[in-house]
Write a new protein. Structure first.
Length: 114
């Protein structure tokens, strides 16, 4: 059995979400090029996403289609405390479908641990 003991004189730190914004609903349709859910930013953010309606095809830093996407989210799917940095989020639905993505963002907060 092996174990490790780490000793450091430096204070260790970690990032946690700051205060989340109010929920902002974004209507998603089958519009070519997708609908922007979150603009690219140099400020890292924690994100909460919640999907209602039909399934959505989400692209991270690109243009989504129903065949080329980063994530497929179904109604009721939720992503909590997702760290997004310098990437946009865009979404699209299948033809004739609509959905709503409820989004909240929070800044990074640096805290001491240990």
């Amino acid at each position: 059995m092996a174990f490790f003991i780490q000793s450091t004189s430096q204070v260790q730190k970690t990032f946690i979400p700051g205060t989340y914004t109010a929920i902002s609903p974004v209507s998603i349709t089958s519009t070519a090029g997708g609908v922007e859910v979150l603009a690219a930013s140099d400020d890292p953010k924690y994100v909460i996403l919640n999907v209602t309606g039909s399934e959505v095809f989400l692209s991270i830093g690109g243009t989504p289609t129903t065949t080329a996407y980063s994530l497929k989210l179904k109604e009721g799917d939720m992503i909590i405390d997702w760290l997004v940095y310098n990437q946009s989020l865009k979404a699209i639905c299948a033809s004739g479908q609509t959905a709503t993505i409820q989004i909240q963002t929070a800044p990074l907060q640096l805290i001491n641990i240990g």
